[in-house]
Design a protein around this ligand. Structure first.
Ligand code: XMP
Length: 511
């Protein structure tokens, strides 16, 4: 069965996007560095290879090149942008800087296709593609033909029929290329003749088998935060090993309204061991009087570890620690972050707290939307599967200044109203939205009396990756309703503010 694609990453911005596009076609793929040794490639046993774009020039000294044996594997190859130029150069063609020859083409470009070629079958003869390149093929290698062109780019797509090698100068993976999806699909199914067998159903079957084999009669411990990744991991591992899985949910008292009970309800009837530790008092007393954001984060991290050490002792020897690592974490690991803006605390990662033999990460090859699809397949409730990111330190970093139970309760109510109204209004393109309790009190008037109460800030952002974001333009009528409900329904608040700052310069969370 032909069912796997290898994507070799030459450093382009869109490597991950190409992988997403392939998987959307129910074909399994992995994104590996361009210099992956041929031994590893053979072990992976791909049925087709895609080369991504990249910022280099193929003719430059030390430009990234794959192990040359990939060209002798006899499987279809599809090169995108830099990948296309790489193919041209490898087979004896010529690649030059665009400025030296033609006009530079950047952005949406009218492109003409040879629709008799299987790569463009079903497409109109011309359509828009997305070009973004500083170099261009000027001489085609022997055996290749041009199968697409634009006004200034005579070799917008090239093809070697005998070797089944394709190259496209444009980017089919970005949505600006109108028929990009179809082009990739044609490569996957017309040329590489792949079987679309990558479904969450098949993933569950395969993973359950693998987890059973690996764990045997061993015990697995999973730190459950209630976030999408840890919840889906719990459901999947639970399906494989039932009572040999123990999920520990530490309720630090910093969760949103009703969240702790919802998590308990979902996981207490799944045939696994579910332990909820109500540690509100412990966390709140450790946080008493603390106002500095980094101190808050450190204290919460430490407390988590202590709680887990205690639970670990009670449970006895743990063979495996389960973590909810997902594919973007795997791809991005090792890139190194220049400066610690905030010490992120993730309840999934507690390796130093517990003695265990091995880590299992059943989601490490899945993208976020695949994790959500898997959660649905495992019958987790929609609100859990669609949950927005929620930071490990919880509401502690959304209550500015000292944390008290009273402040947390005020925030929980205001936050629930904001989320409720935003959901009801079906506001589009919002990635994360929540309320923050500022440490500011101000004067107001309610009835005939003076008030001196807290101001709540509303934060809503749109983002692809949370590294940067823009603030969301929530309609005024929605904000008006939220504001009116908060001041009417939440005692202790007399003012509501809307945050209109992006990241940078702000961050998503306030602390
Ligand atoms: P910032 O505030 O850094 O947030 O712009 C970016 C994204 O990360 C989430 N976030 C956290 N997630 N532990 C987490 O698991 C943390 O300590 C943490 N701090 C921030 C934040 O909610 C946003 O989605």
């Amino acid at each position: 069965m032909k069912n796997k694609v290898l994507i070799l990453n030459f450093g382009g911005q869109y490597g991950m996007l190409i992988a997403r596009r392939v998987r959307e076609n129910n074909v399994y793929c992995e994104l590996l560095p361009f210099n992956t040794p041929i031994k590893k490639i053979k072990e992976f046993n791909p049925s087709a290879i895609i080369f991504t774009g990249g910022p280099n020039s193929v003719y430059a000294e030390n430009s990234p090149k794959p192990d040359d044996s990939v060209f002798s594997l006899g499987i279809p190859i599809f090169g995108i942008c830099y990948g296309c130029q790489l193919i041209a150069e490898r087979f004896g063609g010529k690649v030059e800087s665009v400025s030296a020859i033609f006009h530079r083409e950047y952005g949406k470009t009218q492109t003409f296709f040879d629709v008799n070629n299987e790569l463009f079958s079903g497409l109109p003869e011309k359509s828009i593609t997305w070009m973004s390149h500083g170099d261009e093929i000027t001489v085609l290698p022997d055996g290749f033909t041009a199968i697409a062109h634009s006004k200034h780019c005579p070799f917008a797509a090239i093809y070697d029929k005998k070797r089944k090698i394709y190259g496209v100068q444009f980017h089919p993976e970005v949505t600006h290329t109108v028929f990009g999806k179809e082009i990739l699909k044609n490569f996957l199914f017309n040329t590489a003749r792949l079987t679309p067998d990558w479904t969450m159903e098949s993933f569950i079957e395969k993973s359950v088998k693998e987890i059973k084999e690996k764990v045997g009669d061993g015990k697995v411990l999973l730190a459950l935060s209630g976030g999408v990744d840890s919840s889906v991991s719990a459901a999947l591992i639970g399906k494989a090993i039932g009572k040999n899985l123990t999920c520990v949910f530490v309720d630090h008292g910093l969760m949103r309204l009703d969240e702790g009970n919802e998590i308990e309800q979902v996981f207490s009837n799944r045939g696994i061991n579910f332990i909820r530790i109500n540690a509100e008092d412990r966390f709140l007393s450790a946080l008493k009087g603390v106002v500095e954001p980094e101190r808050k984060r450190k204290i919460i991290g430490e407390q988590f570890i202590r709680v887990f050490e205690e639970v670990g002792k009670q449970i006895g020897k743990v063979d495996f620690l389960a973590q909810g690592t997902i594919y973007p974490d795997v791809i991005e690991s090792g890139t190194g972050v220049a400066e610690t803006i905030k010490s992120h605390h993730n309840v999934g990662g507690l390796p130093s707290a517990i003695s265990f033999k091995e880590i299992i990460e059943p989601l490490r090859l899945l993208f976020k939307d695949e994790v959500r699809a898997l959660g649905r397949e495992l019958e987790l409730p929609e609100y859990m599967v669609n949950r927005q990111p929620f930071p490990g330190p919880g509401l502690a970093i959304r209550v500015i200044g000292e944390i008290t139970k009273e402040k947390l309760d005020i925030l929980r109510k205001a936050d629930a109203i904001f989320r409720d109204e935003t959901e009801k209004a079906k506001v589009k393109n919002v990635s994360q939205y929540f309320a923050v309790l500022t440490n500011m009190r101000s004067v107001g008037v309610m009835g005939d009396g003076r008030t001196y109460e807290y101001a709540v800030a509303l934060r809503s952002v749109s983002t692809e990756d949370f590294m940067t974001c823009v603030w969301t333009k929530i309609p005024y009528r929605v904000l008006e309703k939220v504001s009116s409900r908060i001041v009417n329904e939440v005692k202790g608040v007399n003012r509501v503010l809307y945050d209109v700052t992006g990241k940078p310069p702000a961050t998503v969370e306030y602390e």
